[in-house]
Design a protein around this ligand. Sequence first.
Ligand SMILES: *[C@@H]1O[C@H](CO)[C@@H](O)[C@H](O)[C@H]1NC(C)=O
Ligand SMILES: *[C@@H]1O[C@H](CO)[C@@H](O)[C@H](O)[C@H]1NC(C)=O
Ligand SMILES: *[C@@H]1O[C@H](CO)[C@@H](O)[C@H](O)[C@H]1NC(C)=O
Ligand SMILES: *[C@@H]1O[C@H](CO)[C@@H](O)[C@H](O)[C@H]1NC(C)=O
Length: 719
Amino acid sequence: MSDLRFDGRVVVVTGAGAGLGRTYALLFASRGAKVVVNDLGGGRDGDGKSSKAADNVVNEIKTRGGTAVADYNSVVEGEKIIKTAIDNFGRVDVLINNAGILRDKSFMKITDHDWDLIQAVHLKGSFKTTQAAFPVFKKQNYGRIIMTASTSGLYGNFGQANYSAAKMGLVGLANTVAIEGERYNIHCNIIVPTAASRLTQDIMPPDLFEALKPDLIAPVVAYLCHESCLENGAIIESGGGWAGKCQILRANGAILRKNLTEDVSIENVQKLWEQIIDTKNGKCLGSGREVVIALVEVLEKLRNGDIKSIQNEEDGTDEFSFNNRDLIIYALGIGASVSKKEELRYLYENDADFSPLPLFFIQPALQAVMSSSQITTAIPGRNISLEQILHGEQYLEILNDLPTEGKLISCPKLVEVLDKGSGALLVTEVDTCDKNGKSLTRNQIVAFAKGAGNFGGSRTGSKIVPCGIKPSRKPDLSLSQKTSIDQAALYRLSGDTNPLHIDPNMAAIVGYDSPILHGLCTLGFSVRLVLAGFANYDSRLFRAVKARFTKPVIPGQTLKVNMWQEGNRIHFETVIAETNTPVITGAYVDLKSVVELKMPEKESSQLQSDAIFEFIIDRVKNDPAKAKAINAVFLYNITKDGKQVKQWTMDLKNAQVYEGLPKEGKPNTTLTVSDEDFMELAVGKLNPQAAFMKGKLKIAGNIMLAQKLTPLLKAEAKL
Ligand SMILES: *[C@@H]1O[C@H](CO)[C@@H](O)[C@H](O)[C@H]1NC(C)=O
Ligand SMILES: *[C@@H]1O[C@H](CO)[C@@H](O)[C@H](O)[C@H]1NC(C)=O
Ligand SMILES: *[C@@H]1O[C@H](CO)[C@@H](O)[C@H](O)[C@H]1NC(C)=O
Ligand SMILES: *[C@@H]1O[C@H](CO)[C@@H](O)[C@H](O)[C@H]1NC(C)=O
């Protein structure tokens, strides 16, 4: 790469007696330019006059073999500075408007004199020099202009109102000079330097002062002024050995009315405010022309009534499209498996009974609620963020046959806001229709907004669909299924991509040891098992569900659903089998009719101990060495109501755990225990020695070996 040269070019640098201006002058001169070193020689607040500063820089250039001449005029008389260039060198090619003064005072203390002086030096000075140079540039069809703006102008800075105003004024000046100069090959760009200079030397700490030396910015300015640089009208921020273009970002914004005849209301502005200020998909417009084009597009949309998204925002409806693939991904997400032939109907679109799992239809309602601003603006004068929201209760009612694909329209309506002190309870009803307007479902979402209470609202209301009260007898049926370690990873594909459910860092931030399962996944799981237990898997028999979410589930834990039948209402409660922790309570499913489950399956699936053995299988698989160290074979004889119902072999010699008798040889130890007591032992509520003494745990064979099992069993209690 050959050096970029400025031979034959005449460069005027204002304020070149020190700091940035001096480094510009030295750099241009070193690359062959003839330089006019302008400096009034004033102090940094612009008072006083001397010729010393400019002379020193000229001498420095000359000693290095360069060409330069000093100029002591004020930029307010810019034409005199340009005249110095013409008189001495016969032309001018580059004008660097760099001169500046600082007079920091808070806005209220700025005097007219301060104001006028700042505007005069920064804004008017740049105007005067540029206006004087412009005809020369125009005539020769070449010119490069630099305006010096400031981060104080672009971003504001306390105590610099007058300075900020002048500096931002320069941006406007440059924008238009760039447009007017374009056709004469006159480019005008803006440098926004962050440099240590005479203006900032006692404002900055010394090491920062060194790190921000002006020499690091001068090459950026020099390049902008080179004939090979095509940039025009750009704002270039630079400092510390970095440079970058700044642009004004315009949000995609919002259309504030529905058609050309409607007026804009203040209320619509408020309603659409988040959209108005959302710069996420913002754009940088290149010119005022683009602004007009964008507005013409808005008018065009208004004329054609093509403002669906705005209308949706206004009337609060939300669209949701789905097909059988979405239903299948959802079914997998809530644990449906081809290992149960009856569940193929949820997983295979060509199955004769292919049908949606009903709780899939909570998704469109939830999406509608999340995308409307009804929750975030539920309490006047408050701002509720979605991070504050917990899903407290859910009700879903099916009103018509559910489709397996199509477009759904959901209309959420906040019906009640209760003040619970520690938070607010937000009750939203969502009606979901198909595209023909046929009502399909009614959802009621009860959300708890943490920390949003004490706003003087009512504590009790009338809108919440009440939870069920489970009968006090033992469950009529309990079904368990272990969730997969990837359950949340799979479930989130159905739309709720909150990182809390997959990202360990996010889980930690929110206060969990690991990512948690979606509450609606747990609910979907539970209702699927209720359908298995009382509807022979026929989801068309489902009518409604109500549930309260109490505790989170960790993917990999076993969900046990305890069910009680009362007519067509199946009360249920879901617990984590490993810890006996209730996670869904007050819940019921209403069925159109009940189909009794065939007895054998009911019997075998009813055991609580199954979940524990599932867990032990995992443990042994994950750490076979530990199991093998015990080097013995145990037979578990599980009883219920005094009768043997299941046998499990723990062949730790081969690190295998399975249902039934040992596949080879005899067990070293046989343990007989009831299903309930086994659960109690596993969660640590029953001490093995006590159980043995009381006859709850019978041990045959090598009794001593049984003690070695304790750690393997006990660990579950921690889950
Ligand atoms: C424009 O919208 C307003 C308000 O929704 C409505 O009353 C009016 O009929 C609409 N006008 C036209 C021409 O569509
Ligand atoms: C409301 O909260 C959101 C999210 O925390 C935030 O982005 C927004 O700026 C807030 N709006 C107001 C008016 O406070
Ligand atoms: C279990 O029994 C087998 C014989 O059936 C024996 O070889 C093994 O040593 C026994 N294990 C222990 C730990 O006593
Ligand atoms: C299992 O327990 C039942 C009931 O106590 C008993 O009749 C049966 O003999 C036991 N089986 C074994 C292998 O110990």
